[in-house]
Ligand binder design. Structure first.
Ligand code: GDP
Ligand code: IMO
Ligand code: MG
Length: 426
């Protein structure tokens, strides 16, 4: 397998960073194709923790070409701060390529993100307030600014002038501070100058790498249930994180995407508002939250916790073409007397395994569970499947049976070496 898509199969924060870093040890290229610094990908290397936001997780390996592709929205100021943070921690040798077609996030996108959240009332999404939604909205509305124009001072000034003529009207309508062209141009053209050496046609780069049969990893951000098209709309992000979006967001042909590795917690979490059928409150929810350190990487918000929802997971498999699973944070379930797994929903007295499309239906579904015996042993140092406790193995087999996806990797701790491999994927 030389082109592998890593996709979050739930509501984000499944451990995509850890697996990208793990598989990246054999990769030539690591690509982020969508989202921006709403992502927070944690990587633990020899006990040292790094939280990446917009930079791909292959950055620690000087041989890997790291690509930020056209489908991303990039906050130049934050990206440079992130890069400087890495450099100051010793990451001095790296290869980074940024698409000339990626869009840039400017301060007014962040202002508008906050303002729309305040105005939305019951439809408040609980966004990361990083300006992601307003930036993608400008892209679709054809008033966005792309990297290729950003790094050319004349072009940047022209596009900024045109964009501000519209955005300032929107900002004042909402009672927000407006911007002058000069203030943004003067500050941001400094960032543009620093970013310029990294900017290129990344689609062309990827085509060359594919021709050379290089090993390419696509590092998804967010997760299938946050997809703008297939997620729990409107409680979603503003891009599509699923495997099908990769060709569009990276500028490669769809035929190259044959394998999608779904990164999947052994339970579910969700940060922000929106439907979450298997959510659990109380003692067990708190146990999982504390043991799994389930607090947002970006916003530090406590993550909502739930049992593994195989209706949602099956739905993600179908829309994304997930054909392998990496089961994450399995160690966290250790110590629970019983583990529940949702296999169907009851909706208005009928049993269904279809994932409903409306908030109204999702608010009425009642998850149907299989209850399995838990395991007490600490599994965080186990290196092979056979050494896992019997009940842990039974739980994995049940997931495979309910989802018809092969579990190819099992993660039992945040570090690289806390990974059990059942099938070598790259
Ligand atoms: P991402 O956004 O999908 O990359 O995931 P995050 O980094 O936001 O959240 C996953 C969290 O789980 C991070 O703190 C990881 O260090 C941690 N993690 C990853 N795999 C494991 C695991 O198998 N066990 C435990 N206990 N923690 C893990
Ligand atoms: P990673 O890549 C978890 C959630 C936000 C909010 C919704 C919309 O680390 O898995 P946005 O700022 O994108 O407009 O917010 O999506 N969200 C995430 N949740 N992990 C993420 O990324 C997320 N990125 C966005 O909490 O509910
Ligand atoms: Mg995260």
């Amino acid at each position: 397998m030389s082109v592998l898509v890593i996709e979050g199969s739930q509501w984000g924060d499944e451990g995509k960073g850890k697996i990208t870093d793990y598989l990246g040890q054999n990769a030539d290229v690591v690509v982020r194709s969508q989202g921006g610094n709403n992502a927070g990908h944690t990587i633990t290397i020899n006990g040292e923790k790094f939280a990446l936001r917009s930079i791909p997780s292959g950055i620690f390996n000087p041989k890997i070409k790291n690509v930020m592709a056209n489908g991303m929205v990039i906050d130049p100021k934050q990206m440079l701060e992130e890069l400087d943070g890495l450099i100051s921690r010793g990451v001095k040798e790296f290869k980074l390529y940024i698409s000339n077609r990626a869009h840039i996030v400017l301060p007014y996108h962040k202002d508008l993100d906050g303002a729309y959240e305040d105005l939305k009332g019951s439809l408040k999404i609980g966004t990361t307030k990083r300006g992601i939604g307003p930036c993608y909205a400008d892209k679709v509305n054809r008033i966005g600014i792309r990297m290729g124009d950003f790094i050319n001072p004349e072009s940047f000034k022209k596009h900024l002038t045109d964009a501000l003529a519209i955005k300032n009207k929107e900002l004042s309508m909402l009672g927000l501070k407006t911007y002058t062209v000069d203030e943004l141009f003067n500050e941001y053209s400094k960032y543009a100058k620093r970013i310029k050496p990294y900017v290129c046609d990344t689609a062309e780069l990827l085509e060359n790498e594919i021709e050379k049969n290089s090993k390419i990893l696509f590092e998804g951000a967010q997760g299938a249930m946050l997809c703008i098209d297939h997620g729990t709309y409107p409680y979603v992000t503003s891009s599509s994180p699923i495997g099908a979006s990769v060709p569009l967001n990276a500028g490669i042909a769809p035929k190259y995407i044959t394998d999608v590795l779904g990164i999947c917690k052994s339970y579910d979490t969700r940060v922000g508002e929106g439907p979450f059928p298997t959510e659990i409150d109380g003692e067990i929810g708190n146990y999982i939250r504390e043991k799994g350190h389930e607090y947002g990487t970006v916003t530090k918000r406590p993550r909502r916790v739930g049992w593994l929802d195989c209706v949602a997971l099956n739905y993600a498999r179908r829309v994304s073409g997930i054909n392998h699973l990496s089961l994450m944070l399995f160690d966290v379930l250790g110590g629970l007397k019983e583990i529940k797994i949702c296999y169907a929903y009851e909706l208005d007295g009928e049993v269904t395994t279809s994932f409903p499309s409306t908030l109204d239906e999702l608010s009425r579904v009642k998850p149907m569970y299989i209850t399995m015996p838990g395991f007490d042993e600490d599994i965080s140092n186990i290196k092979d499947f056979d050494s896992l406790p019997v009940n842990a193995k039974e739980y994995i087999k049940k997931i495979e049976e309910l989802t018809k996806i092969k579990v190819s990797m099992i993660s039992v701790g945040p570090d690289r070496n806390q990974t059990i491999i059942l099938e070598k994927l790259l």
